[in-house]
Design a protein. Structure first.
Length: 129
């Protein structure tokens, strides 16, 4: 019985840690006129299996639009995502919740990822507009 309660406590601890909001770093972005870096971290893209399904905001997901999924930014928020490896950037609209893979800060649609040269995952900065 002791082992079962220990296992349950470990599960609850992991669950709380996964759903916690990532720490937001507020710092001035020298390349953006007046924008602030909201977050830096790893981005990924999603699309083929979700195309046509409803997003958390209620609209249909279109992998060819410049949209993204973020854990807590309000739906409709527009942010600039800068690929730190290439320096390329794209403005996306938040329309879904995610990413649900630990350690990632944003999930981009296929079109958004292609616009900044993101093949799978990569380090990005999310800048407020």
């Amino acid at each position: 019985m002791v082992m079962a309660s220990d296992a349950e406590a470990g599960y609850k601890k992991k669950r709380r840690a996964f759903h916690a909001k990532p720490r937001v770093e507020m710092q001035q972005d020298a390349q953006d006129a007046g924008g602030h870096t909201l977050q830096s971290g790893v981005a990924s893209w999603y699309g083929p299996g979700f195309h046509g399904r409803r997003t958390a905001s209620g609209e249909r997901f279109n992998t060819n639009e410049l949209t993204a999924a973020h854990r807590y930014l309000p739906f409709g928020t527009r942010v600039k995502v800068v690929n730190q490896a290439t320096g390329r950037s794209v403005v996306v609209r938040i329309n879904d919740r995610g990413p649900f893979h630990g350690g990632r800060v944003i999930d981009l649609s296929r079109a958004s990822a292609a616009a900044i040269g993101l093949g799978g995952t990569g380090r990005v900065q999310i800048v407020a507009l």
